[in-house]
Design a protein around this ligand. Structure first.
Ligand SMILES: Nc1ccn([C@H]2C[C@H](O)[C@@H](COP(=O)(O)O)O2)c(=O)n1
Ligand SMILES: [Zn+2]
Length: 169
């Protein structure tokens, strides 16, 4: 799930950044994606708003969802029997992609749109198709990425830090 969230950071959506990470039956990553405009449709020339009288001026008609991108970006022949970790529960269109691609389980973090028809329809299809879904409850709320750690740590103090960690938990 952390990999899905890291991928989401690349999204230009100012309101909801979604990331998805697909793993196979051995828990190996086979595809990653985030919500973004189609290739060749430049992020800064496309609309990112959602509320406009002119639907052509909203993102909904254009943006590729994280789940679709993760499946399309797969580095394996297919994603049959895989699990998709996704920051937001799949919408109806993504549920179709999940089902048709053979993914067997959805692990999601947020279900903030659960009352919207797209998400009710999604659950209906996932249930009928026998795709399992469950909410991910993270052990910790945040993960810090410290780029400086690789240079700061020597072999000796890595061992010391690990030892200290083991004694404090
Ligand atoms: N399962 C989902 C659901 C939504 N998205 C994308 C589509 C939009 O870029 C954004 C939602 O925007 P909002 O309605 O919150 O303004 O999230 C997705 O990638 N996967
Ligand atoms: Zn979707």
């Amino acid at each position: 799930m952390a990999t899905a969230f890291l991928s989401a950071q690349r999204s230009k959506d100012p309101r909801t950044q979604v990331g998805a990470c697909i793993v196979n039956e051995e828990n190996k990553i086979v595809g990653i994606g985030y919500n973004g405009m189609p290739v060749g449709c430049h992020d800064d020339e496309m609309p990112w708003g959602r509320d406009s009288d002119n639907i052509l001026e909203t993102k909904q008609l254009y943006v590729c969802h994280a789940e679709l991108n993760a499946v399309l970006n797969k580095n394996s022949a297919d994603v049959k029997n895989c699990t998709i970790y996704v920051a937001l529960f799949p919408c109806n269109e993504c549920a179709k992609v999940v089902i048709q691609s053979g993914i067997k389980e959805v692990v999601y973090y947020s279900d903030k749109y659960k009352d919207k028809p797209e998400f009710v329809a999604s659950k209906k299809m996932l249930d009928m198709a026998g795709v399992k879904y469950r909410q991910h409850i993270p052990k910790q709320k945040q993960i810090l990425i410290d780029f400086t750690a690789i240079d700061a740590m020597t072999g000796t103090n890595v061992k010391e830090v690990l030892k200290a960690d083991q004694t404090s938990f």
